[in-house]
Design a protein around this ligand. Sequence first.
Ligand code: PMP
Length: 401
Amino acid sequence: MPIHSPWRADFPGILALAAEGQTYLDSAATAQKPQAMLDALLGYYAGGAANVHRAQHLPGERATRAFEATRASLAAWLNAAEPSQIIFTRGATEAFNLLAYGLEHCFQAGDEIVISALEHHANLLPWQQLALRRQLKLVVLPLDNSGLIDLEHAAQLIGPRCKLLTLSQLSNVLGGWQPLSPLLALAKAQGALTVVDGAQGVVHGRHDVQTLGCDFYIGSSHKLYGPDGVGLLYGRTAALQQLAHWQFGGEMLLQTSYHSARFRDAPLGFEAGTPPIASVIALGASLAYLAGLDADAVATHEARLHAQLLSGLQQRQGVRLLGAPQVALASFVVDGVHNADLAHLLTEQGIAVRAGHHCAMPLLQSLGLSGAIRVSLGLYNDSSDLERFFTALDQALELLR
Ligand code: PMP
């Protein structure tokens, strides 16, 4: 049965790519943008750009108001207690680095940082490097056969030296929702800080950081139908108070002399220099667009399309799914076929999917793979995109096998 996206026409990028013969199935890498976001981006520049938080003049006040309105929208989107719990960074990756530097003073040699086997490099390398700087131990939670963190092993591995647990909510490779509640509870019982990588999770459904109960939650604007160059870091107020300042410059200070300074609290104390003003304002427009959609209709559409993707892959001989994806994406390999060759033939047929290690090299290595193909869906995709993908896949496999 054909599945149409009622929102497809709202995304000029997906229409432009289609007109060029491109089928875009790589939204987990970055999403196309709604017209409302493009209008906000242009509106800010065309209406007169101005810096935020410093100018007394009208354009500066207007820009500051719009910028802070996005902070309030994000706080509402995540059900944070207050807008001041949201820090804007220049990407999810920068938010992880902020935490790894800002919390460095909380660790002593021998302390443990716990991650899982499927973390994106953004939630691995900042901690790995911190562990190397401070002689900490990085503990890696293993996965079960469906790609979820194994709770029994986790209970044994999250011990009294665990000072921080940091986990992906939704894997960008395996597409499974992690059992965060019991995992965060294990860490909290040891008095550890908890971080959730919501870069993929925040895009699908609505998540309540207070219910989740994590200390920090990280997301990425460009995956959430917003512009690139913006990341978000939510922190519980008490957790934010533990952060040491890490980037220094304009606007993050209260007072300075040549030889010493006093800094602002979060959020502004962690937003040194001119932020990505236009992008933050435009992210606000993306959120307003998303908030205006029927959330149940979006979830149903995503679920139906995902089911179609999974069943199409499962029907094809030799295609092996990675994990047990629950939403929005599926990664796979084909027996006897190199993923780079397959990716090449798909690209030649105008299919935009992602191939390789997906910034999770240790995970792919642990699965004995050098790479995999990932198909990921946005709310603008419909079944005609999947039909074109499967036709191209069949043709490629006929050539390769
Ligand atoms: N975590 C996950 C799970 C991701 O998928 C990504 C983006 N691929 C990131 C973190 C990093 O996000 P960004 O590249 O936007 O900084």
